[in-house]
Design a protein around this ligand. Sequence first.
Ligand code: SF4
Length: 464
Amino acid sequence: MKINSPLQAYEYLPKTNCGECDEPTCMAFASHLIDRARKPKDCPPLLDAEHKEDYNTLIKLLAPEIREVSLGTGEHKVTIGGDDVLYRHKLTFFNKTAFAYDVHDTMDEKELVDRVNNIQNYKKFYIGDFLTLDAIAVRCVSGDAGQFAKTVKTVAETTKLPLLLCSLDAEVLAAGLAVAADRKPLIYAATTDNWREVAELILKYHVPVVLSAPNDPDTLKSLAATFESMGITDLVLDPGTVPTGPGLRDSFENFLKLRRAGIAEQTDIAYPMMAVPMTAWNEMDGVSAAYWESVLASIFTVRYADIMILHSIEPYSLLPELHIRDTVYTDPRKPVMVDAGVFEIGSPGRKSPVFVTTNFALTYYTVESDLASNSIDCYLGVVDTDGIGVEAAVAGGQLDAGKIKGMFDSANFDVREKTDHGTLIIPGLAARLQGDVEDTTGLEVLVGPPDSGQIPRWMETKWS
Ligand code: SF4
């Protein structure tokens, strides 16, 4: 039985409300155990001998349905798996799908280093955060263990990102591990042909491993059981990724079957899964392959790959892949929001306009970007609407005249003192607040356009 409510978790806590965990009550702590913001070890009394049994039970009952597996070390360590639900709206998805991009051991050194640097340096700003790539998959193409080890060493010296060592030849994998085992790489892959040799390597180096059985979930299950019986539990399952046709349908169904079984407490199959969208390159080339690879990455991000190996690092591939991942793994319980307050865009002066918006991150960054990219020096007042956009916040009462005045007061920003005009510009979608805001603040209030992209044109006619 798995715990999924604060009341159930509370039963195993000391119930003294001592506050040592920095929460006001044990019940508050219990609710954070459920949303995974806190761990049982964060309750010091629970670590005492008298509560040892409760502590151990809590750890067991709070464990996610799908096991978590980590690869890499230090600040770049990536954890995959850890989900409890099939549908994001039932809770949230944890641990974003990790994207690994391939290099291989027949690349010349400059080409290899340049590609690794391009992968590790890629970043795209999106709603207050940078979208980045997670890992490098080093593939053995030469079949030569020495050549592979040399390539792994060069990659390991170039980047701190986690590595995947990819070969079906245990000798090749052993050569790669000999130079990079301390980086805790993910080994790809153990199959029905090589599992004994690969299992020996895993037992020797204590690294995570992918089990591969294309379009054969039963064999995958049996491989997982075999590895688990040997004490190897850092497993990732690869049910195969056929890029097109009926094979793609089968691949998709295998991912669904395995994840359904894992969430339904079939613990022998409850491991993170790997998809390999770069198989698109086996059937097509160039832009078509890059396009189809992105389609596959999107499909398997939604259902239910926890890690992927990809090839194209062109922006037209990366942008859709990263955006859909970010969307799927945004916690639906927490609106994405920014801090409230008054912010300067450019170098505002006494004649600069003062705009108002809400702290919904997407709204804020859109408005901020429209103002900055059009070189409009101004002040932007951001009201805390619990991360709700303008129209819904006006309807729901999170944005009203009192909130707008309160925000300027808290920021110690007196519009009359800071500017010569004493005027506020509220969003067009909040037009019905105009009179109230004028009465409450005593300021002149103009209604801006409904879309911040129209602000430059609006200013030409309305802001002299
Ligand atoms: S430290 Fe433990 S016992 Fe104390 S309030 Fe927090 S949860 Fe309760």
